[in-house]
Every structure is written in structure tokens, then in C-alpha cells.
Design a protein around this ligand. Sequence first.
Ligand SMILES: [Fe+2]
Ligand SMILES: [Fe+2]
Length: 292
Amino acid sequence: MPVKVYTMSDLHVDYHGNMQHLLNLNHPDYADAALIVSGDCSDNLDKLTQLLRHFKTIFAEVFFVPGNHELWVRDSKHAHSIDKFESILRLCQNLGVHTQPVKIGSGEHSVWIVPLFSWYTKPGEGDDNLFEHKDGNDITEEIWSDNRFCRWDTLASGQSVVDYFLALNTQHVERQYDAPVISFSHFLPLKELSFAIGFLDNGPKHFIDPLPEFNFTRVAGTSRLAAQIKQAGSVMHIHGHQHRNRHRDIDGITHISHCLGYPKERQNPHWRGTNLPKQVWHDGKIDVEQPF
Ligand SMILES: [Fe+2]
Ligand SMILES: [Fe+2]
């Protein structure tokens, strides 16, 4: 049977319009395909459950990793983000949603899909941060809700959030796979993925910054994730989090981001992408349009 893989991230179904759109989503092509959801659906687990349950009815296989929004503990029965993360893994297991590597398809068309858990390293926290200077940004990060809504008190002394999540991936990136590997994470593995091609050279002249005080690269991801992607032998890595769509070939790995994002973001004339899942793999080959 041919293997098709679709992806979408940052579904943010706290926006009623996003939830309604996704609950109405269906297509005959999805019935024998896998869907990769690379995080940020909702911090509300009832809404996350409703969404993943729907995806399970229309796709043959569904894969998921939590994003930062899932790990907010506001209005939650969970006191700590790690407790909530573990609850989400159990929730996915109960729904039949994969959060561990699984091979789909058979024979020459089979492919491994490998979820990688992650977080971000901020500037000053380690050399693996993806920080790029931006004039006038607010270093207090008041706009960044993770600082208020995530709680990491249960981590071992000296262990960073990135340490915790990447350690969960170790066994999955050290093993050998007998088919091509598509990996995915919520957070970014490489600094250049934060920017459209040419932005660092030409961006300020051509781009109206909607949030001049916010520097996304402070919270984008970690380069340690790039090392894990390479170690796993990925031919394609899918990420979310940045609400900017990407397709970039870097060092032999195709990097894809395909976000639904917030309704107001899709109204921006510079928004690239559709509000449908993007097909990225078909019959043993990467299947996407031209890089951007
Ligand atoms: Fe998001
Ligand atoms: Fe995110």
C-alpha cells in the first residue's frame, strides 16, 4: 500500500474557528495516511482530546508531541509541567496516538516516524541556544506566557528542561532504523529556520514586524536537537512553534514547518500556507513544493 504522510502544527484550537475548521476536516486521501501533529494544540486537555480523537477517525495513524502550550499548568489539575507532560503521553496512548517511533507502510515504501521531545535554551543558558540579536527587543520577555504558566520545580537539581526532554529521545536516536526516518519536534533545531531565506540580509527593509518588542529566537529551540536529528539519520525533520512555514534543505535533511497558526496571522498578506494538512511524503519520497 502506498504510504502518505501529512503534517500540521500549531493548531491552537482555543480559537473556536480553528477548532471548528479542524473538526470539519476530512478527505478520502487521509484514510490510508499518517498525520504528524508537531505540538501546540491547546493547554486544555479536553480540547486536545477532542481534536486528537477526531484525527484518529479520519487518518490511519496519528503522531503527536506536546508543544509549549500543552505544558502550561494554568487552569489545570496539574501542579507541574512534567506531570502534565506525562499525563499527555498517557492520554495519547489511550487514544492510540503515537508518541514513540513507529514504522508505517511495508516493503520499499515503509518509513519510520520518530517523535522527538524538546524545549528551548534561552540566551545565557547554554551555547545550544538559537539566539539572534534584534534591536529593541524586551529582554524581560513579559509577553512570553511560558514564563508564567510553566512550572519546572520537579526537575532534578542541575537538570535543565532541555536536558530532561532530550534524554527521553536518546534511545530512539541511538538505534538503527531499517527504513527512511522522518523525525519531528515542536521546537526548532537550527537558528536559520527562524528566518525566511535572505531575511537576515534584507528583512528589515521588506518586512513589517508585528511584534517589534519580541525576539522569538530567545525561545526558539536548541541546536542539541539538530545533533539528535542527525544521529537518528533523518531524511526529513518537521518542526512547529514559530508560526512561519518553511521548506529548507540543510546538510542533506529537508526541514518542514507547516502551521495553522492564529486566525489573525492568516489574515496577514505575507502569510504563506494553507489551512489544510500538508502532504510531505508519498511512495517512499519527499513530496513537497519548492523551498522557501
Ligand atoms: Fe504555537
Ligand atoms: Fe510553540
